[in-house]
Ligand binder design. Structure first.
Ligand SMILES: CC(C)(COP(=O)(O)OP(=O)(O)OC[C@H]1O[C@@H](n2cnc3c(N)ncnc32)[C@H](O)[C@@H]1OP(=O)(O)O)[C@@H](O)C(=O)NCCC(=O)NCCS
Length: 171
């Protein structure tokens, strides 16, 4: 699977992406507001193995895509998971040295459109921690609406954390 935006190519991972993925996923800066990482090498291998396996499942329910500049190695990741209710769950991470260039917005908008138009998902949700202002901004910029706050939604590194819930409903 491969999709193009103005600046980016979103494509399926291969195991050859290990070094580039591990470079951003093992960076402590990206783990502040997510419930995974910083990755060990084993974590990154497991992530890539899971991605590659999910590409062959039909119907496909996991769309973890490498965010790349044309011809370059991954600089981040964007993902859409379809649950048993046929609802989508969107997420993303961008390598810290590339923050603030609009890449998360561009990649997430593209996968959101794919979920709505190609997969015909009625509801797509994304969550972020209330303190993750950059992520909340991305979700607003791609047209998602703040639905509410889910208290004590995630237990991360020994602490319960609230989530802001953003949604987009297909008309
Ligand atoms: C969240 C994340 C994906 C954003 O990636 P990015 O490529 O820098 O995002 P964009 O450049 O598309 O947009 C970020 C927006 O947030 C804004 N922003 C960044 N830091 C901010 C802050 N501390 N307060 C308010 N706004 C902030 C930027 O100015 C930008 O908005 P603008 O275009 O109106 O100027 C990136 O910071 C990241 O990977 N973080 C770690 C993993 C993570 O938190 N993932 C999301 C889990 S919910």
């Amino acid at each position: 699977m491969e999709m193009h935006t103005d600046r980016l190519v979103l494509r399926d991972y291969t195991v050859d992406d290990f070094a580039a993925v591990h470079a951003f996923a093992s960076d402590p800066r990206i783990a502040t507001f997510v419930d995974w990482g910083p990755n060990t090498e084993h974590d990154t291998r497991h992530f890539l193995d899971t991605c590659v396996t999910s590409q062959t499942v039909l119907p496909r329910t996991e769309f973890s895509l490498a965010v790349t500049l044309p011809g370059e190695t991954p600089l981040g990741s964007v993902g859409l998971t379809v649950d048993e209710q046929h609802h989508g769950h969107l997420g993303y991470v961008i390598g810290a040295e590339h923050w603030g260039k609009g890449y998360a917005t561009e990649a997430a908008a593209c996968l959101l459109s794919y979920g709505q138009e190609a997969l015909m998902l009625e509801r797509i949700e994304a969550t972020c921690r209330p303190a993750n202002l950059a992520s909340a901004k991305v979700l607003e910029k791609i047209g998602m609406t703040l639905e509410g706050l889910r208290p004590n939604d995630k237990f991360v590194r020994g602490t319960w954390s609230d989530s802001l819930v953003f949604v987009v409903i297909r008309n």
